[in-house]
Design a protein around this ligand. Structure first.
Ligand code: CA2
Length: 157
């Protein structure tokens, strides 16, 4: 069974514990369980990983670049948190593992927030972007990734 990575960046371990008006009341373990269940329905194994460290996120992107090349992974759903707006290193990591499809996912509508959240270093190297659907956006991104893969690989259906 091919794998999909659900990757979360800095502070997303706090989901559901603070700022519920911005990010909702669902905790990260609950989101991860929802993603694993959605993966099962779609026929994929979902691996979840969260880190507050940029380098650990980069290592995970590299790992999935290798798994994708070996035909063992489908892609990655990535909420890079605030690193979205600052990290050229994450941009380079995703570019460095092309064509691994990375779907950038944000819980809040970053474009309706402060101007510094309008810039993303990840969007130019993302295969798709899901913004503003709350934590349901992770499921939208997973489904989009699976549909994109099916459409591009009709012989595998
Ligand atoms: O909307 C999103 O998903 C964000 O990626 C969340 C980041 C923010 O910096 C981005 O601009 C948009 C923040 C993640 C921090 O999550 C928390 C959750 C609960 C309590 C405190 C922080």
């Amino acid at each position: 069974m091919k794998k999909i990575l659900v990757l979360n960046g800095p502070n997303l371990n706090l989901l559901g514990t603070r700022e519920p008006s911005q990010y909702g009341a669902t905790t990260l373990p609950e989101v991860e369980a929802m993603c694993r269940a959605a993966g099962q329905r779609l026929g994929y194994e979902v691996e979840c990983f969260q880190s507050n460290w940029e380098g650990a996120l980069i290592d995970k992107v590299h790992e999935y670049g290798r798994l994708f090349r070996e035909g063992q992974a489908l892609g990655c759903v990535f909420n890079p948190g605030a690193l979205t707006h600052t990290s050229v290193a994450l941009h380079d990591a995703i570019k460095g593992v092309e064509p691994l499809p990375v779907i950038e996912c944000h819980i809040s509508n970053v474009h309706a927030r402060e101007p510094f959240r309008h810039q993303s270093w990840v969007s130019p190297v993302a295969a798709g972007i899901v913004i503003g659907f709350g934590v349901q956006g992770y499921l939208v991104a997973l489904e989009g990734l699976a549909r994109k893969h099916d459409a591009e690989n009709p012989h595998l259906r």
